[in-house]
Design a protein around this ligand. Sequence first.
Ligand code: MN
Length: 357
Amino acid sequence: MKATTIRQVLIEPLNIERTEPFIIAIGTKHRIENVVLTLVLENGVEGYGEAAPLEPINGENQATVLATLNSCRDFLLGQDVTQFMAIARQLKQVFWAQATARCAIEMALLDALAKSLDIPLYQFWGGAEHELETDCTISLVPAETARRQAEQLAQAGYRVLKVKIGKNVKQDIERVLAVNEGAPSCQITLDANQGYTPDQAVYCIRELERLGIRPALLEQPVTRHDWMGMRFVREHVSPPVAADETVFTGDDAIQVVRTGCADVINIKIMKSGIIEALDIAAIARRAHLGLMIGCMLESVLAMSASVHLAAGLGGFRFIDLDPHPPTASEPFTGGPRFVEPVYTLQDDAGLGVFRKA
Ligand code: MN
């Protein structure tokens, strides 16, 4: 039996109450309801993976992820993590629609492998960078709240604020103006989360520019399959347009390139899994599209995986990995050191994340 063979598979729900609800155009989340996968190898190494499903985005939730992972348990037992690519491809053929569950498996395989090799995961992926500066997100809150949050975030050191829009153009513009007033030195990026029609998106951006605000990015202005609508927006506004919900797979990334509907692709490991995220990054890079990395509602575990990925590959222009405030119910600690707004990669092997004692 090889030292890197999986001898135990542990699957557990991960529930974390949030101090502040997270509101975007498609719904509100009050708690994190994720799943943790632990792979124990013959050499005693534990590899950790996390799935952070968000139903309206990827059609998965905690119950479906638990079911998917449980049905993978027997397949994973006895596998050798040095063959992570073969394992991931086989699972993709069967569970092609469960990218979030597969993400947890790929994360745990890679964490276990890198730990067995005794190198940090970002170095396994290339070690291109060792620091990442993230933005911080202001959700669909009233303008006055947004102004206060912007002030606090600028004071905390953030230089890029991502403002959620896409529900009501008038209120959206008020919110963005308030953020700009609260944090005049911060760059503003916008995320409509598919909430606008093409016309509304163009109107919103033009109106903001008329009022003296030039956003650094407009993310997912229109519904995910409206490639031509997104191209229309891109052709009629000056900020770069990012495709987020439009891109879950490498095929989607190719479609972005073919249709010319976006300047930037937002990669999230919970949309594509980790292995496919590597494909998407390669397609974007070769097509001279900008790279962005984003997140769902992850604990420090999965967040660390995204930090390692972006730092390891390098060249990500937009970093949207703002962590939620840590709470006592968070079971993991460690990972890249985070001092607002910068992540610094550490020397610990794998993800460098540890289970709290
Ligand atoms: Mn987004």
